[in-house]
Write a protein that binds this ligand. Sequence first.
Ligand code: GAP
Length: 490
Amino acid sequence: MANETNNFAELISHCKEYGYIFQSSEIYDGLAAVYDYGQNGAQLKKNIRDYWWKSMTQMHDNIVGIDAAIFMHPTTWKASGHVDNFSDPMIDNKDSNKRYRVDHLIEGFADEQSAAGNGQLAEEVLKSMDALLAKDDYAGLKKLIEDNKMKCSISKTCNWTEVRQFNLMFSTEFGAVASDNPDDNKVYLRPETAQGIFVNFLNVQKTGRMKIPFGIAQTGKAFRNEIVARQFIFRMREFEQMEMQFFIRPGSQMEWYNFWKNERKKWHESIGIPAEKLRFHDHVKLAHYADAALDIEFEFPFGWKELEGIHSRTDFDLKQHQEYSKKKMQYFDNDIDPVTNKPYGNYIPYVVETSVGLDRLFLTIISLSYAEEKWNKEDGTEDSRVVLKIPAKIAPTKLAILPLVKKDGLPEIARQLMDECKSSFMCFYEEKDAIGKRYRRMDAIGTPFCVTIDHQTKEDNTVTIRYRDTMVQERIALSDVKKLVLEKIS
Ligand code: GAP
């Protein structure tokens, strides 16, 4: 029926105009790669988080959730390898002093080449980059950049420094005690939520009497001093992760890795992402803690990019924490090993991790939902709308309740319906402006159902319900509104 276009720049301004996402501290010209969620954005984000939390904890009887602090003992990050390894190769342009992450510079160059019809060169460059990154060959990466005359976007020159490592963790000072050595009071803002789970592994296992295999889930803020932070909320310096560490018997990691890989893809489909917009991408270069890793990628408006990571982390983290804390991280498994006919006994569990960025998932949902539609009306004139077709079960507001006019007792009936529904789901009441204008506003914020109370309501207790995605309207009993909405969002 409608012509649809999808435009990323328009989506960003739409997010601002309709209270989804604002630039952080905008009145001071903003803070790069930091964003605030407005009244509709915060609710959508909460609904996505709740959907993840429920499917992880409530729907799996062997997964429990925790909420660890952002600040952790600094040794945590030494043990996890983040102090020494959580860095990316960077290169600076000597003329503009602009710093680039090497992979982003090369990927940007490859995108330009593809757009200019040089797909083969783009492919070759990316292949070389993967091979060089896998070997930590920084001189080779610099040569690749120079040989292909990759330019700084500001100075437009190829005058590059050597490639160097740059740690991505933010640090701050703890307490008020002055010290000659600033490292004495140094604490980090966590760059991932996972370590809060590892250090609590035994607390949860013992107090929850958890038996392997079991999982610990957590959602919360993480911080990374990203050098090239771009593409709106795709890469931020302060963001939120939803992570689950699944503790398993050593040797069973590939079985669980494949299980969670498929389970997580199915979950993304269940929230409304079409299967053809998702794909797996196996890692070429494994992180220091992993023996297998892949990304679940989504086709964002700017290309295929990582949405979630699935990592087989072996016993790396627990072993490291055992070594640095001198506290045993072992689990006693009294199940019988069919090979030896004896209990499996004591071991440090292996871990398969699922880790998805909440903001990235938000961007996925909102970019899939945004549509600019145009169609011809029966009288031949054109009509249009901008609509957010957010799946009803996670839409910020589920139902708009709209009295046709501000008099004749219609607002009272509408308020009564509002009182009946608001404890079960988010409702919005509005009586200003013509009804068509109110429908368009609800389309723009993504409200899936609108109910209009009119004069006929007073006669026969029926209302008009309008469906956002099809714009179809039908007459239903006032007493059925709550039941119908609950059915559609469950
Ligand atoms: N604990 C493992 C871990 O943190 P990761 O691949 O670095 O793994 C997991 O991050 C997920 O966190 C990513 O797939 C992405 O969705 C999200 N993420 C990572 N860095 C981000 C950033 N700067 N901004 C927004 N989301 C980010």
